[in-house]
Design a protein around this ligand. Sequence first.
Ligand code: UDP
Length: 451
Amino acid sequence: MEEKTARRRVVLVPTPAQGHITPMMQLAKTLHLKGFSITVVQTKFNHFIPSDDFTDFQFVTIPESLPKSALKDLGPIQFLLKLNKECQVSFKECLSQLLLQQSNEISCVIYDEFMYFAEAAAKEFKLPNVILSTTSATAFVCRSVFDKLYANNVMAPLEEPKGKENELVPEFHPLRYKDFPVSRWASTESTMELYRNTVDKRTASSVIINTASCLESSSLSFLQQQLKIPVYPIGPLHMVASASTSLLEENKTCIEWLNKQKKNSVIFVSMGSVALMQIKEVMETALGLDSSNQQFLWVIRPGSVRGSEWIEYLPKEFINIITGRGYIVKWAPQKEVLSHPAVGGFWSHCGWNSTLESIGEGVPMICKPFSTDQKVNARYLECVWKIGIQVEGELDRRAVERAVTRLMVDEEGEEMRKRAVSLKEQLRASVKSGGSSHNSLEEFVNFMRTL
Ligand code: UDP
């Protein structure tokens, strides 16, 4: 059996964004360890430069004509719609070349749910294909019922005139209308077009999801029933395979700074790789962090604040304050930061990777989602897993200070920390031999060997 898999090649197609490349490359590492050869097809846009972790892998780049600023300019939904149109032909050509070149057969194409153009080419060449969902199972469920909810006027409250956004969506408790994964930057039509495509299994033979059943069992059952093909929850993938996948250079000096801080005394603040903030929001965060009197490690990505290069707008007095109590970096080794004993809380935009990484280290969160699935994750963190405090409405210094104090100082935060540690243990058990994600991965690999 091992010999057969050693000759089988899997073609992987990640979406070109940090939060999608990372889980796809963790899957690549996992499958490689199981004996598969790996080809990764990337777009020219935002392509990942392989680290030494991937010396045995083949990387191929397909052209498209998207400018560097496309994701920022178009917003995620329009960007993904355009990317799918742009890559259709080039991926087909790429796959046909790979089929000509490969001495070892290609057994399967695994594509990120948002790179659905890959399915048409796989189908044309009669290659089995599998979807990797890098968002939560619950976000997948929300996208899959989106059309129906709109058709039944259930989602109407999201549109003007507003008023019902705080009400619970029937049958989707605890999600409220405003928690559904829409983006205020995209029209309903574009959102529906994208979501229809991402949840359409087409000819896919199975779906892999980067989640664990202890986190989302009812959403997983729903998907299993609805999709009618095997659904494999094999995550969190970062606990299954470690791989260096950063698109930006990690500033490791923050670990030295953390080494000097007391246990659970630091709040880590990071909004992921895509979210954009206004200068006013950053200023209010800075002032709130200041008045909370807590230590903080803050990632401010260059270009993540509209209309500025980095932090040139922060007043000198604040910079002086932070030299005593805080540390700012452009990009951090996030998983290492979250596993550091000094970190007692995570202020996050609640991207799915950040959510899994935080739970995986037993770190409770302050949730400030910006868009799409982040809102679903934030709601689950607060109301289902009860390890998060959501900050809603406009960001002001008092709300920042209150949230940080609740999480880092109050008894409430300590209770959340205990629950987060218990969830961490459950996640660790799920990826160990005999655990649910481990078993799911074994089933998936056995299925791949039959292709
Ligand atoms: N990340 C990191 N360093 C940082 C900020 C983020 O390595 O300073 C990583 C983080 O560990 C996570 C990914 O970037 O794996 C962000 O993915 P997520 O799904 O949380 O959010 P997105 O960037 O897709 O909005």
